[in-house]
Design a protein around this ligand. Structure first.
Ligand code: DQA
Length: 148
């Protein structure tokens, strides 16, 4: 089986998963999430490049690199979801299939989390499914890549 490459990208503060507000984000660490993504990738025929950065410019650089190296993107932009036109522009510029993920249900939370600059350029959005949302996003990505 040939594996399609998918970038699983994580924004600021997600390196603190497991200790960060566990009642909202759960007990799993980012390493646990990476492991789950790689296991799902094996099952779905996706090669997973799993990354996290707290820096907007680094996320944008990785998105630019993805233009030539990745077939799809699963992205939890964290707080940049609600603030970053630059990240939304990068996603539009690279034009790859994109599933946006949020661990928590942002619509059940503060009003400033209800708007996403990323959703306008995403093929799909998964939120409020906990860290399982990453696996659901990869399942959808596998379908999208199969249809191409
Ligand atoms: C988040 C939701 C965002 O509002 C927040 O800033 C995050 C995480 C989530 O996964 O639920 O850092 O993207």
């Amino acid at each position: 089986m040939s594996f399609a490459s998918v970038l699983v990208l994580n924004g600021p503060n997600l390196n603190l998963l497991g200790t960060r507000e566990p009642t909202i984000y759960g007990a799993e660490t980012l390493d646990d999430v990476a492991r789950r993504c790689r296991e799902a990738g094996q099952r779905l025929g996706l090669a997973i490049d799993f990354r996290q950065s707290n820096a907007e410019h680094q996320l944008i650089e990785w998105l630019h690199d993805a233009r030539t190296t990745q077939q799809g993107i699963v992205f939890n932009p964290a707080a940049y979801t609600h603030t970053s036109v630059a990240i939304a522009d990068a996603l539009s510029a690279i034009g790859k299939p994109l599933i946006e993920v949020h661990i928590s249900n942002v619509h059940k939370r503060e009003a400033f989390r209800h708007h996403s600059y990323v959703s306008a350029v995403a093929d799909g959005v998964i939120c409020g499914c906990g860290t399982q949302g990453y696996v659901l996003a990869l399942e959808r990505m596998a379908e999208i890549l199969k249809l191409r």
